[in-house]
Design a protein around this ligand. Sequence first.
Ligand SMILES: Cc1ncc(COP(=O)(O)O)c(C=O)c1O
Length: 399
Amino acid sequence: MTSALYPTFARADLAFERGEGIRLYTADGEEYLDFASGIAVNSVGHSHPHLVETLAEQAKRLWHVSNLYRIPEQDRLGERLAEATFADVSFFTNSGAEALETAIKTARRYHYANGAPERYRLITFEGAFHGRTLATIAAGGQEKYLEGFGPKVDGFDQVPFGDLDAVKAAIGPQTAGILIEPVQGEGGIRVAPNAFLRGLRELCDENGLLLIYDEVQSGVGRTGKLFAYEWSGVAPDIMGIAKGIGGGFPMGACLATNEAVKGMVHGVHGTTFGGNPLAMAVGNAVLDIVLAPGFLQHVRDAGLRFRQGLARIQDTCPGVIEEIRGEGLMLGIKCKAPNSAVLSALRDQHVLSVGAGDNVARLVPPLTIENVDIDLALDRIEAACRAVSDNLETVEAGQ
Ligand SMILES: Cc1ncc(COP(=O)(O)O)c(C=O)c1O
């Protein structure tokens, strides 16, 4: 079939008409459990009544005015994020990549403002993913995303994830900071050890560097804390967020301390759409839910139940599952079988999941998931893993 779209996506032949909570429905009424959440975006599930009502109300009043004017909803979201995090200020964007671009620019301008414009390089990590703009593919450093797009944007030095000595060795007179996902998402749900983040913070403090977190995927309650860095107690200077904060409305933000943001003066950065009233209304509505008493505890409890269930499945299908990884409801099955086989067996069982690097199947359901649906999903995941296991045995027997 010919298509009028760029052929850049390997789409499943599946389309949904409607969503409710953790469920998606096709036009002919087939139901799926959504453990993909639009790649860790639908933090409070599909069609959450509070989000629907807020968006509809805002849509009736005001959509867009641009940042030529004050946007009270934006002030409010900025204040709430400052209240709940290490940050003093936010810059709102439409996507994760733009949040990271802002973070990179903020770090470079910090040193420029300090009279050290030569300090523009960031240390980044193997397996990282920071987006698809020219600078963020350079930051991510993955050849498959860089190939064919001309010279790689200069200013990124990549070292192995978790290797503090390699970070130390990479610091030079041009280094501006260190950029890391506290939990690598696309890289395969790889959790940075607390001691490693502490080590990075110390290196930053000793060398006058900025510590930048990319919590585009791990943020907004996904790991059972509002932000994953809270597990380590190690705060950054700058942080990019997106995905979950919009609950499905495209938005992101770059958060920073007053010190780190000092180079981002009037006129040096901007956006037409970022932080518009529609997005800000939804962002505030997401925070109403995620910051409500007991919500993050719910994510931790649900994550534990799910993880324990997955560990039981690992015991029954050791040929399929090598390891269960992650934190809260950001979990990954590190597969022994090809992850594509596991993903497609899960889809056969009407459980949606997402592939990741390192042969991982990501399971990132809406944070609002209830125990009964975790248990239902576990039954289906077990059936999927058994099917993969049976298939492997058949193939081996045939050899
Ligand atoms: C950690 C991380 N950073 C940045 C991005 C880029 O976000 P977006 O696709 O919204 O530009 C992603 C997207 O998957 C991500 O997972």
